[in-house]
Design a protein around this ligand. Sequence first.
Ligand code: RIB
Length: 308
Amino acid sequence: MITVVGSFNMDLFIEAPRFPAPGEAILGKNFRRAPGGKGANQAYAVARMGMPAAIIGAVGQDDFGDEMVANLLEVGVSTRGVARRADVASGTAMIVLDSTGQNQIVVANGANDTLTPADVQAHRDLFAQSKAVVVQLETPLDSVEATLRLARESRVPAILNPAPFAPVGDALLHLCDWIIPNENEAAKLSGSDVRDAASAAGAAVAIKMRSACPRVLVTLGANGAWLDTPEFTGHVPGFKVNAVDTVGAGDTFIGAFVTRLVEGAGPREAARFGCAAAAIAVTRRGAQASIPTRREVEAWMKHPEATA
Ligand code: RIB
């Protein structure tokens, strides 16, 4: 089993020809809403890859909360670690997609902000049953730290996806067995520019230095990933596809990658699998709605050019 500690957001999408300038109102179209949130997306992806998954998080006692929990239950994620708060709304993300498929996201954290270290510790039994624990930065930092500490105490590998970026101390990073940032997060964590595999390599070394974390993976979107681990250091190429919506692609990568790691695959093979899952996800709309099944990923990897 893989336990994810993290956020739930109802994603509210509007498609627009371009992003509005400050103070400007423009017309968009195709409003829709769908369950998202980095934590929930990653737990959903783990379950879609066929691995038992559990989530620890918080939602409101509202319709969005009901819908988001139901969506995870539908794919078999254990949600007994999800607190239902009476006095605060569920997390919500306003997402504008432009005509090139790029997005701008503003998150109202709502109930996600109420997740406490005690909430995490109350579910230590989930840690004991898990082969990996995954956490992001969309819940309060003290709950992230409690997650990493409890994982270490439980001797379970702890994977930090530092998204969205927030300044974190080296002491917190020291508790990680894996750090998996995207280009922007890697740039901020390392203080260097990250544009490609070569610059990601430099950033990964700097992140390893400050964190003493043995394994760093920088995701590079369509360009794949840079891995810096004792088992393999180098570039893992991505897949070229026609992207229509990249929301949740990073979460899809994490869920698929960690699933293969837990199954015993090497980091390089696991990263290639993660890239394939994310490549399929960007050809579909929505966060959880775009995440493929394991069977789809395996079939697609045999003929990636067919749908590219
Ligand atoms: O990583 C994608 C997610 O980020 C979206 O589902 C949105 O909820 C934001 O949290």
